[in-house]
Design a protein around this ligand. Structure first.
Ligand SMILES: C[S@@+](CC[C@H](N)C(=O)[O-])C[C@H]1O[C@@H](n2cnc3c(N)ncnc32)[C@H](O)[C@@H]1O
Length: 260
């Protein structure tokens, strides 16, 4: 598992559970298996690589071994941008050689809000079966100091919503084919920006409103169980993201499902 850690061998990919990524993609594509040989998938914010590895795992299964999977993505985190290719190479060298999996990203770290200016992506408009991502939740986690980090480019919630969240949803709409699905892991967060007038930022509701305005149909949400450490002990009554399962506390985050 060490070889699959993206940052200094430390950052685990369990940030977005690999098994959940694999489940979502398989569940979505299985209905097309009888009449489609090739699938295009996009991850607008590649992050720590969990969705990339989930797709590699799916491509390794008997069900998909004779199908071609083209996985596209981008990110702006310069320090890890080259590692996505290394991840795929590691998988091919040490886990399972996969002639059916193809990975594509812009030559340079490119903000997803500008992705339609990249010919590789622009030429693929209207061809994607599925999009799956976990974007930054405004400024709550600041991944790096790269100028294109969305919280750096847009330093108020409203400017971030207009400048990042809206193009994230719009560009995905353009890239998907008709009937294509967009799985968006997003969560409301407490504002940590001192000049913000809002306390809890309504990322979930704003995403749904924007997506509907852009033309998506909102098809409901999953609740994704997040990995937590052993001494996880948040009071359930004080945190709406925590629920009991098998008498243990677990943290959940929504995945919104949109259909073009
Ligand atoms: C790790 S994931 C988010 C996980 C989870 N949503 C959270 O906030 O805890 C976010 C990724 O989006 C990337 N990112 C930030 N701004 C971006 C942009 N403009 N275009 C594409 N990716 C971006 C970050 O570099 C990071 O890798």
């Amino acid at each position: 598992m060490q070889g699959l850690r993206l940052v200094n061998g430390n950052q685990p990919m369990q940030n977005f559970p690999i098994g959940i990524a694999k489940f979502i993609i398989e569940n979505s594509l299985q209905y097309k298996l009888n009449n489609q040989e090739e699938f295009n998938i996009i991850d607008p914010c590649l992050g720590w690589g969990g969705r990339t590895v989930g797709t590699l795992a799916l491509s390794s299964t008997k069900r998909f071994e004779n199908k071609i999977i083209n996985f596209y993505g981008t990110d702006v985190h310069e320090a890890i941008y080259d590692r996505y290719g290394m991840l795929v190479e590691f998988w091919n060298n040490y886990i399972c050689p996969l002639p059916n999996f193809h990975f594509f990203k812009p030559l340079e770290p490119t903000p997803y809000e500008d992705i339609l200016q990249d010919k590789l992506f622009k030429d693929k408009a209207g061809t994607f079966d599925l999009a799956l991502t976990s974007p930054p939740y405004f400024a709550i986690e600041q991944y790096s100091e790269d100028q294109n980090q969305s919280f750096k480019k847009f330093n108020t919630y409203n400017s971030w919503k207009e400048g990042f969240l809206k193009p994230l949803i719009f560009n995905t709409y353009i890239l998907l084919k008709s009937g294509g699905e967009f799985y968006l892991n997003i969560s409301d967060v407490k504002s940590n920006v001192s000049n913000s007038v809002l306390n809890e930022l309504p990322l979930i509701n704003d995403s749904i409103i924007l997506a509907k305005q852009i033309g998506f149909r909102f098809d409901g949400k999953y609740f994704m169980e997040m990995p937590t450490h052993a001494n996880f002990s948040i009071d359930i009554s004080k945190n709406k993201k925590v629920r009991l399962r098998d008498e243990q506390r677990h943290k959940y985050e929504p995945i919104l499902v949109f259909v073009k």
